[in-house]
Design a protein around this ligand. Sequence first.
Ligand SMILES: [Zn+2]
Length: 113
Amino acid sequence: MKTEIIHDMRTAGKGSSAAHPDAADRLMFWCPACEAIHVVTITGKDPWQWNGDREVPTITPSVRTFSGAMEAGRRASCHLQLTDGKLSYYTDSYKMAGQTVDLPHLPPGLVSR
Ligand SMILES: [Zn+2]
């Protein structure tokens, strides 16, 4: 299992986290709504499609995850689309609904390997 970090800080200078995209089977990115990492698979059964761009990534289809938070008696869901390096949150998302923001860098402490 290799994970490609998309839109990482790229300042470590070691390149150790720069798995070759063709070899990666998962993508990792920072979600500012959840303040957590989301991971999607890009190989195997029903993979997401990725444009192969680490800096201006597009993945399809949308990503929907369920947080631990509760909302109206149900687990709140984070529902977003990542297109051209921008995160767009659907209106059914529990936070940042309807907002579009630039995909943030991963927090520095999470980039090191
Ligand atoms: Zn999220």
